[in-house]
Design a protein around this ligand. Sequence first.
Ligand code: AMP
Ligand code: ZN
Length: 221
Amino acid sequence: MGLRIVMLGAPGAGKGTQAKQMAEKYALPHISTGDIFRAHLREGTPLGLQVKGYLDSGQLIPDQLTCAIVADRTAKPDCKNGYILDGFPRSLPQAEEFQRLLHTRSENVDLAINIDVTDTEIVGRLTARRSCPKCGAIYNLKFKPPKKNNTCDLDGETLIQRQDDKEETVRDRLKVYHEITEPIIEYYDRQGVLKTVPGTGSTPDAVFKKIEDLVSAAGAS
Ligand code: AMP
Ligand code: ZN
């Protein structure tokens, strides 16, 4: 039993926004590997130091390390009814390793939701993104600007543009996405759990409505 959902799509397609809203509606934990890595980086843990170079340059963190973190997180008691994975798996080996792990637990991915957005829109969205270095809150100068110019609504800290949201890094991340991550769309399609939602030119609310339909069809209410 349970509902295990994987969110797919390029960086900036809106996986995180949708995953957060779904987590609330379906009372499932939202597991973002990017958030987990960034939290370690902020707190200066040994893992944070280990992954800093990858995060700054938009490169993928090695599969073994990433899979170990997900295995650990999804074994926590709050995951017993399922979870929403955001940013994992990110490569075919990760998807296969995760499948093996689920198999040992007699579990499956129930739904893989692919939010499909063009590269042009991705570049526009991501380069408009700003983050709070203190609490990690994310803003977007186009879609979700802070109330006060360049200042975090929650703690008044001056917002920054993350290194991985600078245009050059965004282009690198898209290249990595197409080469390494995109093949897993077909992987989940072959398993019969893939659903694609068009994201270009859609508001987050419109995308969420489509996702709600998919989730209820997959068995949640
Ligand atoms: P995200 O916030 O999902 O865009 O992730 C930010 C960064 O964290 C990525 O650019 C990678 O460096 C790293 N990362 C997050 N998830 C993964 C993953 N599943 N595999 C490898 N690296 C990851
Ligand atoms: Zn803040």
